[in-house]
Write a protein that binds this ligand. Structure first.
Ligand code: VGL
Ligand code: ZN
Length: 205
């Protein structure tokens, strides 16, 4: 059985948000056009405490989009975004909420960032999503959402490493950096992740 994983379609990643992904809003119609094809739909929600270590504001002298280190791991310092309970952290209301069976919140530990839906960036702590999907009989994970070069990409790689067949829906994602996204797509292709377009699927299976 297949599941759709909708990654971080939250107001802070959409136009007008704190960390807007270029054209991020265009993922919404692409996602909505295929929702009915999935018996299981899971969404993730980036969900940071205000003192999160990925925020440039918590590192005196650092500016957003600079790179540095967080507890020994390479880290891009981001603008404050997806703060727990804020409007910017809400999942877009344009995605029919009644179609989402489960919402997974990530990035709650202030000491480590968490791009993937499956593990924190240290790969120390699993989120439980792998077990949830496997217990539900999921074999294929289809990935959509934001950002294509961060959370959607890392989720696709981990899903593949965990033994799921992975389809990455290119027209249902948008990246923060076009160059970063090219590298991400090369890496995914090398790993056997299928890169497809929601608008061109035949759904014969
Ligand atoms: C994301 C940067 C920081 C994402 C989350 O959802 O791709 N990117 N936090
Ligand atoms: Zn974040």
């Amino acid at each position: 059985m297949r599941a759709l994983l909708i990654v971080d379609v939250q107001y802070d990643f959409l136009p007008g948000g704190a960390l807007p992904v270029p054209e991020g809003h265009l993922v919404i119609p692409a996602i909505n056009s295929i929702l009915d094809r999935f018996p299981l739909v899971v969404a993730t929600q980036d969900w940071h405490p205000a003192n999160h270590g990925s925020f440039a504001s918590n590192h005196p002298g650092r500016s957003p989009f600079e790179t540095g280190e967080l507890n020994g791991l390479p880290q891009v310092f981001w603008p404050d975004h997806c703060v727990q309970g804020s409007q910017g952290a809400r999942i877009s209301e344009e995605i029919p909420q009644e179609r989402i069976q489960m919402i997974l919140r990530k990035g709650t530990d202030p000491t480590v960032d968490s791009y993937s839906a499956f593990f924190d960036n240290r790969r120390a702590r699993p989120t439980g999503l792998c077990g949830y999907l496997k217990e539900r009989g999921v074999r294929q994970v289809w990935i959509a959402g934001l950002a294509g070069d961060y959370c959607a990409y890392y989720s696709a790689v981990d899903a593949s490493d965990l033994g799921f067949q992975v389809v990455f829906l290119e027209d249902a994602t948008r990246p923060i950096s076009p160059q970063g996204f090219l590298k991400a797509k090369e890496d995914m292709a090398r790993r056997g992740i299928r890169i497809a377009n929601a608008g061109q699927l035949t759904w014969e299976e």
